[in-house]
Design a protein. Structure first.
Length: 178
């Protein structure tokens, strides 16, 4: 008896997780090679503001590429690994400071907060009926009641058969009330 991916939701979910872990490890491997550049710049005595600029343009851009697609389904371990990359770079630049202090000094923000903001930005753009991804949103709830005690959220979370769909872009944004 042969089982295909469409017949087994558990196997399909396992393949999804493995693909996500593979993507995360490949991305982290790419970034590890580029972090060596930060080390060279620091040893050469380049000002920290310039190194932060190099970090944001070379390393963080790779880490955040297409993050609106994969951020909602990111595992805690991969999220922590991505944050560790930023911690490591900032520890090179500001060895005496804690991570939060070095974030303030470099005027950067935590990676997970930044990914949330990018996801929120895309979701807000998607709410515009002229946006090319607007068709992905569920229909807006219509309230027939005259009295509304609390402001209601315009979208209803779509029912999901699997937890994988619940961690996609649209359900994630609706559940977090972006």
């Amino acid at each position: 008896m042969e089982i295909t991916l469409t017949e087994s939701p558990h196997l399909s979910y396992l393949v999804y997780l493995l693909a996500q872990i593979y993507h995360g490890t490949i991305t982290l491997r790419k970034v590890a090679k580029q972090m060596y550049c930060i080390n060279y710049l620091f040893r050469a005595g380049v000002p920290t503001s310039d190194i932060v600029c190099v970090y944001t343009s070379i390393i963080r851009s790779v880490l955040e590429y297409a993050c609106t697609v994969w951020h909602p389904g990111l595992t805690k371990k991969l999220s922590k690994d991505i944050e560790c990359v930023q911690k490591h770079c900032l520890k090179l630049l500001f060895p005496a400071l804690s991570y939060t202090e070095s974030l303030c000094k470099s005027e950067l923000e935590r990676s997970d907060n930044r990914r949330d903001m990018i996801t929120l930005s895309l979701f807000r753009q998607t709410e515009d009926p002229k946006h090319h991804l607007h068709y992905l949103l569920p229909p807006v709830k219509v309230s027939h009641s005259q009295m509304v005690l609390q402001p209601t959220y315009p979208y209803q979370i779509p029912l999901a058969q699997t937890s994988r769909y619940g961690r996609d872009f649209v359900p994630y944004c609706i559940a977090n009330k972006f």
